[in-house]
Write a protein that binds this ligand. Structure first.
Ligand SMILES: Nc1ncnc2c1ncn2[C@@H]1O[C@H](COP(=O)(O)OP(=O)(O)OP(=O)(O)O)[C@@H](O)[C@H]1O
Ligand SMILES: [Mg+2]
Length: 260
């Protein structure tokens, strides 16, 4: 009798990513797989390529080398010479819609109310009817504790509230994967907690999440795995507890010593 272990559904498969800005080789052979429901934290010094890596996954930047597969669908494949070739633009857009992204700087539309921010893309991109988009938006606002701010403009919200709206806005597109690029770095410590709580709740719902963060406590408690990047390379990765308890690479050790 054979017992088969079920294969995990791989949501992000990045292999050998290479990216240069001019002569600056910002990513050098970065590979990472994320299974469904996994939360992976990416940490590393400023300029190590964390944001670029995230941006390459959802085509805000293009890769030069390597391949990216999202939920089983190739976004870019590597040719014989390792150079990347993207699938047609239409496919790229469709596949990238599986990913929602949250930025350090919120990026809300300032001239739209909170509700308008949430219904805009579902209506224009997904063709959702207004009533359905509004119902969905209200449910999401309720979930992040901001239904009362439905008709406010972003300028009247605190940083923590803006970021929770930004998370709700990304979720309104029903992504399979959420990418976070230092979502709390622009926030005062007392506002950081409310955003991290929202993210923790998402993780508990088994959202697949890739989170660039300086919040070591969050990485330790919420992430299944922690990845350390330095100088465009993925230096080390391990389950969170192990990563913090016994970092292997001297550069990881030095970085953690500085952070903790
Ligand atoms: N659009 C761009 N044009 C040219 N160089 C860029 C661009 N974006 C990033 N870089 C360079 O790529 C390198 C990696 O930048 P990146 O923003 O990915 O780092 P990071 O790890 O996110 O840093 P931080 O922690 O400060 O956010 C840096 O040397 C940066 O100057
Ligand atoms: Mg960055």
């Amino acid at each position: 009798m054979t017992t088969e272990t079920p294969q995990p559904r791989i949501m992000i498969a990045a292999h050998g990513l290479g990216k240069a800005f001019g002569t600056n080789r910002v990513l050098q052979g970065v590979s990472l797989d994320l299974a469904h429901g996994e939360v992976v934290a990416v940490i590393g010094p400023s300029g190590s390529g964390k944001s670029t890596f995230l941006r390459c996954l959802n085509h805000l930047e293009t890769i030069d080398e390597g391949s990216v597969t999202i939920d089983g669908e190739p976004l870019a494949t590597a040719g014989q010479d390792g150079r990347s070739h993207y699938v047609p633009e239409r496919e790229v857009r469709r596949i990238c819609r599986k990913m929602g992204m949250v930025f350090q700087s919120f990026n809300l539309f300032p001239h739209m109310t909170v509700l308008q921010n949430l219904i805009e893309a579902p209506m224009t991109v997904k063709g959702l009817a207004r009533e359905a988009a509004v119902a969905k938006a209200e449910a999401l606002l309720d979930k992040v504790g901001l239904l009362a701010k439905r008709d406010s403009y972003p300028g009247r919200l605190s940083g923590g509230q803006k970021q929770r709206v930004a998370i709700a806005r990304a979720l309104a597109m029903e992504p399979q994967i959420m990418l976070f690029d230092e979502p709390t770095s622009a926030l005062d410590p007392e506002l950081t907690g409310e955003v991290l709580r929202t993210m923790r709740a998402l993780a508990q719902e088994r959202m697949t999440m890739l989170v660039v963060t300086h919040e070591m406590g969050f990485a330790r408690e919420v992430a299944n795995r922690v990845v350390f990047m330095d100088q465009g390379q993925l230096i080390e990765q391990a389950p969170a507890a192990q990563f913090f308890a016994t970092p292997q690479h001297p550069r990881t050790q030095a970085f953690l010593q500085q952070m903790l």
